[in-house]
Design a protein around this ligand. Structure first.
Ligand code: DGL
Length: 259
C-alpha cells in the first residue's frame, strides 16, 4: 500500500506550489500530477460542474491505484470535498480545510483571504475558521489572477494595477495576515511583496505539505523504497503548462489526456 503513488491535482500550474513542497519533504514518493487545463478556470464554475469534474479526476486517480489524493486546489476543496469524500477509499487531503485549521489555531484576530470567486462565494474559509477561532475573516475574490498566472502576465501593467486594486481593498480591513487562498496566487508574490511587506502573506503550500507528511507517517503510508517517479498529465496545452510552471517546478515530460 505505502509504495503506491500520491495523486495531486489542480486546474493548472497552481497546484505545483504545493507539489514542489511535497517533493522537498517527501522526495522518495511516486507522484502523479494532474492539471485540468481544459476546464480552467475552476473559480467561475458552479458547484455541480465542479463535483462532476472532481469525480472524474478522483476516478482517474483510482484507476492509477493511488494511496492518497492531494486536493491542491482551494476551489474544489471548498465545493466538492465533503460531497465526494464518502465515495473513495484512498486518503484525501483538502487544502482549505487543512490550512484553515492550522492558521486558525495560531491566534490571529484579523485574517484576510484572497481566493477565486467560487471559494469566496462558498465562504469555506470563514466557515472553517469559525470551527476553531473567533478571528474575523475578510474574503475577497480576485477572479483575474488565475489567468494572469497561467498566461505569465505578472509583469504586465494592467495586471499590476489589478493586483494593487484588490490588495488596497483588503488592506482597508487591516488584516494581521492574508492567506493566498488559491494555489495560483503564490506565483504573484513577487508583485504583491513590492506593494506591501511580504510578511503579510501566507502561502499555505509549505504547512499543507508538512501536514500531509505527518499524516502519511502516522498512518504508516510513507513509501519505503526510493521510487522518485513523477508523472504529469494535463487536459490541454502542455506547452503553456510547462512555460507557466517554471517558477515552482521544472516539469519534464507532460502527457496530454482527456477524461
Ligand atoms: N488554483 C485553484 C484554486 O486553488 C483554482 C483556480 C481556478 O482554476 O480558478 O482555487
Amino acid at each position: 500500500m505505502s509504495n503506491r503513488p500520491i495523486g495531486v491535482f489542480d486546474s493548472g500550474v497552481g497546484g505545483l506550489s504545493v507539489f514542489s513542497q511535497l517533493v522537498k519533504l517527501l522526495p522518495d514518493e511516486n507522484y502523479i500530477y494532474f492539471g485540468d487545463t481544459i476546464n480552467l478556470p475552476y473559480g467561475s464554475k458552479t458547484q455541480d460542474e465542479l463535483v462532476e469534474i472532481t469525480r472524474k479526476i478522483f476516478d482517474f486517480f483510482k484507476s492509477k491505484n493511488v494511496k492518497a489524493v492531494v486536493m491542491a486546489c482551494n476551489t474544489t476543496s471548498a465545493l466538492t470535498y465533503e460531497i465526494l469524500k464518502p465515495y473513495y477509499d484512498f486518503k484525501i487531503y483538502p487544502i482549505v480545510q487543512t490550512v484553515a485549521k492550522n492558521i486558525a489555531t495560531q491566534g490571529y484576530g484579523r485574517i484576510g483571504v484572497f481566493a477565486t470567486q467560487g471559494t469566496i462565494n462558498s465562504h469555506a474559509y470563514k466557515r472553517e475558521f469559525a470551527k476553531y477561532s473567533n478571528a474575523q475573516v475578510f474574503e475577497i475574490a480576485c477572479p483575474e489572477w488565475v489567468n494572469i498566472v497561467e498566461n505569465e502576465l505578472q509583469a504586465d501593467e494592467k495586471s499590476v494595477e489589478n493586483i494593487k486594486m484588490h490588495l488596497d481593498e483588503m488592506l482597508i480591513n487591516n488584516p494581521d495576515k492574508i492567506i493566498l487562498g488559491c494555489t495560483h496566487y503564490p506565483y504573484l508574490l513577487g508583485v504583491l511583496s513590492k506593494l506591501t511587506s511580504s510578511d503579510k502573506f501566507i502561502n499555505p503550500a509549505k504547512s499543507f505539505a508538512e501536514f500531509i507528511y505527518n499524516d502519511l507517517e502516522e498512518n504508516n503510508l510513507l513509501c519505503n523504497k526510493m521510487l522518485h517517479e513523477h508523472k504529469f498529465y494535463v487536459t490541454s496545452n502542455p506547452k503553456q503548462f510547462a512555460n507557466a510552471s517554471k517558477l515552482f517546478y521544472k516539469v519534464q515530460e507532460i502527457t496530454e489526456i482527456k477524461l
